[in-house]
Design a binder for this molecule. Structure first.
Ligand SMILES: Cc1ncc(COP(=O)(O)O)c(C=O)c1O
Length: 416
């Protein structure tokens, strides 16, 4: 108590910490703090959270693959064969035959020549975006990115800008603004446009054919983040390229994660041979970090294998559930932003009020449904929302129950 800390380690002077303290204190006072609760079972269409079994409506487990016995078995077998650690960084002894197989399977899945895997999706974005820029970037390189691009993309861009790359942000999915930025900045020799395939907060889809046409017109490369697209869009769940029927290599960099539809952790960048070699050796966040554990790599590999085999039927079931949920929620009068058009597995419920989303989350839990609030800074102030996520494993009655609970709460909080 009262111990004085000096200089940088005096966290009392950290404005971010003070803000978070203030927010948590307010939430605790109002008894609506649903952050970082303890989950006590596998997260599937149901999960035990802080002692109560809830219907899960906020998980990325879109294809319902988490806790699949085949995936669990693969992870256990990998531990038996390789142990629990890899004992090395990727390029120095830490790269085993499961890593290699996963790279070739995921590259094949997204129709690219090569893939390089990383410890997480977040690291993948930061790492590859940073690695693309460096000495000589100033006045030569420019990055164009969507305002709603995932935080990890924006963090990578922030780092790249320290190396001198210019950055230009366009309003969400606004192709006219993207074009005008490209036109005004055509003097830059090396350009890249970075987008998400499916936006993680809004659930809408990038107009990729238009992005590609602009990229061709202004001589730019394109990178997309498939985190919420794999296992969700395209007939067999192969993401944006399948969804729009694109040809191989129209998109230069296809990035994705193993933490959503594929129930593990890790990320990948699927690219051409040359870029893969460069990323393997030139990404600091890959060179100077231990490789992914055998268990989660094997889980990811089995997840990709199952998705190849069962993707079409899982996507079809997911689609039926998404349609059921969206139709009922729309009929109930909720504002689901553009979800009725795009019909991905991320379905925002617009609430606007920063406090009401916390109340919504707490009330939903008390009535048996696990759903998460999204507030500033994840979305702009005044655009707070509940992010509902539909899974292929939801039953008809899970959806009916969730909609009934959301309707009750929507009326009590005067949202509908
Ligand atoms: C669009 C997007 N990209 C990247 C990430 C980071 O992925 P990971 O959780 O695997 O680090 C996320 C995570 O939520 C995401 O939503």
């Amino acid at each position: 108590m009262g111990e004085k800390k000096k200089g940088l380690i005096n966290l009392e002077n950290n404005p971010q910490l003070q803000l978070l303290d203030h927010i948590c204190c307010e939430l605790d006072k109002a008894d609506v703090n649903t952050y970082q609760q303890t989950v006590q079972s596998a997260l599937m269409n149901r999960a035990v959270v802080e002692g109560n079994e809830l219907i899960v409506f906020g998980s990325y487990n879109y294809a319902g693959l988490n806790n699949d016995p085949r995936i669990n078995e693969a992870a256990k077998n990998a531990v038996d064969k390789f142990g629990t650690g890899t004992g090395g960084v990727w390029i120095l002894g830490g790269y085993n035959e499961i890593h290699k197989k996963l790279e070739s399977e995921i590259a094949d899945f997204v129709n690219k020549d090569r893939a390089v895997i990383f410890g997480s999706g977040f690291t993948t974005n930061v790492s590859i975006i940073t690695a693309l820029f460096g000495q000589g970037s100033k006045d030569r390189d420019a990055i164009f990115y969507d305002n709603y691009a995932h935080h990890s993309i924006q963090e990578g861009i922030q780092l790249a800008s320290h190396f001198g790359a210019a950055r230009f942000r366009f309003a969400h999915n606004d192709m006219a603004q993207l074009e005008s930025l490209l036109e005004q900045n055509s003097r830059y020799k090396r350009k890249i446009i970075i987008v998400d395939s499916v936006y993680s907060m809004l659930g809408d889809i990038v107009p990729m054919p238009e992005v590609l046409a602009l990229a061709a017109k202004y001589d730019s490369a394109v990178m997309t983040d498939e985190a919420h697209a794999i296992g969700v869009i395209g007939k067999t769940g192969r993401g944006i390229q399948e969804y729009y029927g694109l040809k191989k290599d129209e998109i230069e960099i296809v990035m994705g994660t193993f933490s959503k539809t594929i129930p593990s952790t890790g990320g990948f960048a699927a690219v051409n041979e040359r870029l893969a070699e460069y990323f393997e050796n030139g990404c600091n966040q890959r060179v100077f970090t231990a490789s992914s554990t055998p268990a989660n790599t094997a889980a990811a590999l089995e997840g990709v294998r199952i998705l190849k085999e069962e993707g079409e039927q899982r996507v079809a079931k997911l689609r039926t559930n998404i349609d059921h949920y969206i139709d009922e929620m729309t009929a109930a009068g909720f504002n689901l932003l553009n979800s009725p058009t795009f019909r991905t597995a991320v379905i925002p419920i617009l609430v606007k009020d920063e406090n009401k989303v916390m109340q919504f989350s707490k009330m939903a839990q008390e009535r048996g449904v696990f759903i998460h609030p999204i507030r500033f800074p994840a979305v702009p102030m005044g655009q707070a929302l509940m992010r509902s996520c539909v899974m292929a494993s939801h039953t008809h009655s899970d959806i009916e129950t969730a909609v009934r609970v959301f309707k009750e709460i929507g009326k009590e909080l005067a949202i509908i």
